[in-house]
Design a protein around this ligand. Structure first.
Ligand SMILES: [Zn+2]
Length: 303
């Protein structure tokens, strides 16, 4: 069985690590699916156990535009004619997949774009299907379906459009890609932001939830999530130290730093080298901001 019951009418289909994700399912007066990136057969099995089918889905909510979280949205929409809901930043990207690709850093002509598209198409087929968001959500908006109320909580950083979803009656938050994995925070796009990510983590630490649901862990319900978030957040500092050491040891450019990858030590694909590069760029910018590194004539120098 690839799902767990979280509370009355509230389930999580375990998709696990990238290229899948954990999909939240609320069954009450409506059937709501958050982030349909799990295996569709597992979602079907859960619904069947509740005397429902994929055709009974009323609404899909998207936490952000990443392909592993939106994978089956349009396939399920074609089956069920469900409405699709997303926040004001995600919606225009979902409605125009060229905009989505640009938002993620892969503009037309980008050297890695084709490979990345192939990765998405072979592992997250459907994520580029054209579609339309029917309901635009905003920070703090509530989505009520009988005894379950979902509330949108903007948590940018991972991407500018990232949001968590609070389940008010259960006092639980679906953390999506604030996922508490051992890998740590992911901010591998030009418009990701380490400082926004830290603020979003702070926001979650400030609230007293009963638990946080990870978008990717196989054991996804984290009760002591504040401790887990503190450990997760330490990765920012550890990585930044490694970047600084690399510059101190003579690396003069982002490219030279990534010759000994820090984020993905066993890196083999040009796509992940691109993600690594974007993440290192954010760290170098932070080090320059803190006057620990300077750029002189295009070369990085530790101060
Ligand atoms: Zn994501």
């Amino acid at each position: 069985m690839n799902h767990i019951k979280i509370d009355e009418g509230l389930f999580l289909v375990i998709g696990g690590s990238f290229p899948r994700c954990n999909t939240l399912v609320a069954i009450d007066e409506e059937v709501v699916v958050v982030d349909p990136g799990c295996n569709v057969e597992d979602l079907r099995a859960l619904l069947q156990q509740n005397d429902l089918t994929l055709r009974n889905i009323d609404t899909i909510i998207l936490s952000h535009i990443h392909p592993d979280h939106i994978t089956h949205a349009m396939r399920l929409n074609r089956l069920s004619n469900c409405r699709i809901a997303a926040n004001e930043f995600t919606a225009p990207l979902f409605d125009n997949k060229e905009k989505m690709k640009e938002f993620l850093g892969f503009r037309k002509g980008h050297p890695v774009r084709k490979l990345w598209e192939q990765l998405v198409n072979s592992n997250m087929y459907g994520a580029f299907d054209e579609g339309q968001v029917d309901e635009v959500l905003h920070d703090g908006d509530k989505f009520a379906l009988g005894n379950i109320t979902l509330q949108m909580l903007y948590t940018p950083g991972h991407l500018p459009d990232h949001m968590c979803i609070e389940i008010l009656e259960s006092n639980i938050v679906y953390g999506s890609d604030i996922d508490l994995t051992e890998f740590g925070p992911y901010y591998g796009h030009p418009n990701s932001s380490i400082s926004d990510f830290k603020e979003s983590i702070h926001k979650l630490q400030h609230n007293n939830y009963k638990a946080l649901i990870s978008g990717h862990l196989k054991e996804p319900i984290i009760e002591d999530y504040k401790t887990a978030l503190a450990a997760y957040q330490r990765q920012f500092g550890i990585r930044e130290d490694l970047v600084l050491v690399s510059i101190m040891e003579g690396a003069k450019s982002i490219q030279e730093i990534t010759m000994n990858p820090i984020i993905y030590p066993s890196l083999i694909s040009p796509i992940f080298l691109q993600f690594e590069t974007w993440m290192i760029e954010h760290h170098v910018a932070a080090l320059i901001d803190r006057n620990l590194v300077e750029e002189r004539k295009g070369k990085l120098i530790a101060l």
